[in-house]
Design a binder for this molecule. Structure first.
Ligand code: FES
Length: 106
């Protein structure tokens, strides 16, 4: 039996995990991950980008590099620290299918 076609064209998982202050690994929430996630969700909706879902995620285990997100089906990881970074991922990756090398995690 064949797999069904993907329901979403792109699925964005934004880590919003929060740890106690002073934790050795830090966390994405202390770097405004929730605010950036909210901004991304709203912008994707405002722009009417179809079949793209922006979801919360728990810890993605790359805490020191965050705020982290991963976009499937490509499996490309980004660290977006500002709204301008989020704008670039939306316009380049989600709308034009181009990886944003300067924000990509190794
Ligand atoms: S807290 Fe975000 S990757 Fe771990």
């Amino acid at each position: 039996m064949e797999n069904p076609r993907p329901f979403f064209k792109a699925h964005v998982f934004c880590c919003t995990n929060r740890r106690e202050a002073g934790h050795t690994r830090g966390c994405c929430a202390e770097k405004d991950a929730e605010g950036l996630r909210d901004y991304m969700k709203a912008k994707v909706k405002t722009l009417g980008i179809d079949k793209v879902r922006v979801n919360n995620s728990g810890c993605l285990d790359r805490c020191e590099l965050g705020p982290c997100m991963v976009i499937y089906p490509e499996g490309i990881w980004y660290a977006c620290k500002t709204k301008a970074d989020v704008d670039e991922v939306i316009s380049e990756h989600l709308q034009n299918g181009r990886v944003v090398e300067r924000l990509k995690l190794p």
